[in-house]
Design a binder for this molecule. Structure first.
Ligand SMILES: Cc1cc2nc3c(=O)[nH]c(=O)nc-3n(C[C@H](O)[C@H](O)[C@H](O)COP(=O)(O)O)c2cc1C
Length: 169
């Protein structure tokens, strides 16, 4: 699927077939994620790939607004040891968000569905996800991409709103 099609076709998918996502597609999604831009090219990201049913179930319950049963989750995290120093540190959130969006668009292009479930800035979900995946202190989960073969097919849509556009002449 071409990018211009995937851009509007990407929607949050929350119902999935139990069929496993192919290893080669998981690998591609990780390549797409790490192809994203990052401030000063620090690439302060880490990706936890989960296909184990029990762990997926724990992740499903970890986030406040997530009730998604999927065969795959990629937890996108920041590595504070790789992030920029001092007041620039928070750029990791933007870097990891770009990686997350690449995963979502990439999944769509591979005819997979995905949903971004937010973890940061909710303190308790952050702690729960860290515990479930035994993360070291300097790793902070930004969000979870639940991924699989979609059992729902929301319409492709364009949310263009001219009122949001400010053209400076
Ligand atoms: C930072 C972020 C956090 C989100 N967290 C959740 C979530 O916890 N649970 C959920 O079902 N969807 C979550 N979503 C998906 C949004 O609800 C969804 O993107 C929005 O409703 C627009 O729908 P669309 O993705 O189909 O375009 C999140 C999206 C973003 C960007």
């Amino acid at each position: 699927m071409e990018l211009k099609e995937a851009m509007f076709k990407r929607r949050s998918i929350r119902k999935f077939d139990s069929k496993k996502v192919k290893e080669e597609d998981i690998d591609l999604l990780l390549h797409y994620a790490m192809a994203g831009p990052s401030a000063c090219n620090r690439r302060p990201w880490e990706f936890f790939v989960v296909t184990n049913q029990e762990v997926l179930e724990k992740l499903r319950r970890s986030a406040r607004f997530s009730n998604i049963i999927a065969p795959l989750a990629i937890v996108v995290c920041g590595n504070m040891k790789k992030a920029l120093p001092l007041h620039l540190q928070d750029y990791w959130i933007q870097d990891c968000s770009a990686a997350m969006e690449n995963i979502l668009l990439g999944a769509t292009s591979l005819n997979l569905g995905a949903c971004w479930v937010g973890v940061l800035p909710q303190k308790r979900p952050v702690e729960r996800v860290k515990t479930i995946l035994s993360m070291e202190n300097h790793i902070v989960p930004l969000g979870i991409a639940f991924i699989g073969y979609p059992l729902e097919n929301p319409e492709a849509r364009d949310q263009y709103d001219i009122a949001k556009v400010h053209i400076i002449k």
